[in-house]
Ligand binder design. Structure first.
Ligand code: SF4
Length: 377
């Protein structure tokens, strides 16, 4: 189909920005593959991943599995990016950041992200994001950024401009590809609301450009850490990493906290207050009334199973559940150049979406189109 008809519809009117977009596409067809929404009414799901350290079971159960499952939603384009610019607010060691980028991408690919069905890219490979953030920053008062909880939490310890600007950059992440669905946890809801607010202000001032990005709220999955406190997190040092297996895995799980009232092997336990049992519920087959999980419940309550044996069962089941992940992880880890290539291609595909938006935004705000030579020259 002719590109003009693709943009304007068979009976459409050739509005200036459509013409500019089409010329832009023709000019850049070789360096940027044509990629658009699957059709006009499709959803765009977008989520970012911070580039910090090894992936753990909490990441897998809380996010990665959902990301992989969303690839199968009909009429949905999934964009997943590694938020390396956001990560700079912590000023990580550059070599560590480089390694983490590849490590995170390797993990998500091993978990089943398919670069044919999703767009996986690094935030820094799409310079239009920072350009859009600068433009959108004009629509939000600094006083509102200063009130956000994540800035407030560090305000007394020399918080940087990067941290203050973080929500605007996040708005650009979301609005750039015109995301319609954004998986968020409670802690990120305020930032999504900021993106919704910026989109509304922009549309009111300059005309409809951005769809409203909606929160895709999943039931929160709380994966407890091995230390029995809070949730599994790298900063708390209480994780089961996704590549842990065999005896290494068991040695890590063995000292984990259980029901504190169960002091002796002969004491009956209470699975409901035990972190190990919570982990069993994610990986062990059956329900509380039957199957292997039911046996654990009965064995614990009647003191027929000891905590060490219970942990051994958990490790065996974890090993089984993550076997195919580890296998694919090894394959990708042996081919880091392929992972870099996937990120590179993903960046190119993402840029097509972001550039379309940037052209619309620049035009709406009265800025010249930096991609075309001036007329009459
Ligand atoms: S037997 Fe299992 S469920 Fe019961 S307290 Fe020990 S580790 Fe927890």
């Amino acid at each position: 189909m002719c590109l003009f008809l693709e943009y304007c519809g068979a009976e459409g009117i050739l509005e200036p920005h459509f013409v500019v977009l089409t010329i832009y596409r023709i000019l850049t067809a070789e360096s940027f593959p044509v990629f658009s929404r699957k059709h006009d009414m499709s959803e765009i799901v977008l989520s970012g991943i911070r580039a910090t350290g090894a992936l753990h079971l909490g990441n897998y159960l809380g996010a990665m599995r959902q990301f992989v499952a969303m690839q199968d939603l009909p009429d949905t384009t999934c964009l997943y990016f590694i938020a390396d610019i956001h990560t700079l607010t912590d000023l990580p060691d550059p070599d560590e950041l480089r390694d983490d980028l590849i490590g995170i991408a390797t993990g998500y690919l091993a978990a089943g992200l398919d670069p044919e069905r999703s767009i996986l890219y690094t935030q820094s490979s799409v310079p239009e994001i920072t350009e859009l953030a600068v433009l959108l920053g004009n629509l939000i008062p600094v006083s509102e950024l200063l009130r956000l909880p994540q800035y407030q939490a560090k305000a007394d310890s020399g918080a940087s401009l990067g941290l203050l600007f973080y929500p605007v950059l996040m708005a650009a992440d979301i609005l750039g590809p015109k995301a319609t669905q954004v998986p968020v946890g409670e802690d990120q809801l305020k930032h999504l609301e900021m993106a919704q607010d910026i989109a509304r202000r922009f549309n009111n001032r300059y005309g409809d450009v951005f769809p409203r990005p909606e929160a895709l709220k999943e039931e929160a999955i709380r994966v407890p850490g091995l230390d029995g406190s809070g949730k599994m997190s790298k900063s708390a040092g209480n994780t089961i990493d996704l590549t842990d297996h065999g005896d290494d895995l068991f040695q890590k799980v063995r000292p984990a906290k259980t029901d504190p009232a169960r002091q002796l092997r002969t004491d009956p336990g209470n699975p409901e207050v035990c972190n190990i049992f919570t982990l069993h519920q994610f990986v062990t087959p059956g329900g509380e009334g039957g199957g292997q999980l039911g046996e654990i419940v009965r064995g614990c309550k009647q003191a027929n199973i000891g905590c060490v044996d219970c942990k051994r069962v958990l490790c065996t089941n974890l090993d089984d559940m993550l076997a195919s992940y580890r296998e694919r992880h090894e394959e990708f880890a042996d081919r880091p150049h392929e992972v870099r290539e996937i990120l590179f291609e993903g960046g190119k595909r993402a840029r097509v979406l972001f550039r379309e938006t940037i052209l619309e935004v620049r035009d709406a705000m009265g800025l010249p189109n930096h991609l075309l030579a001036p007329e009459g020259g």
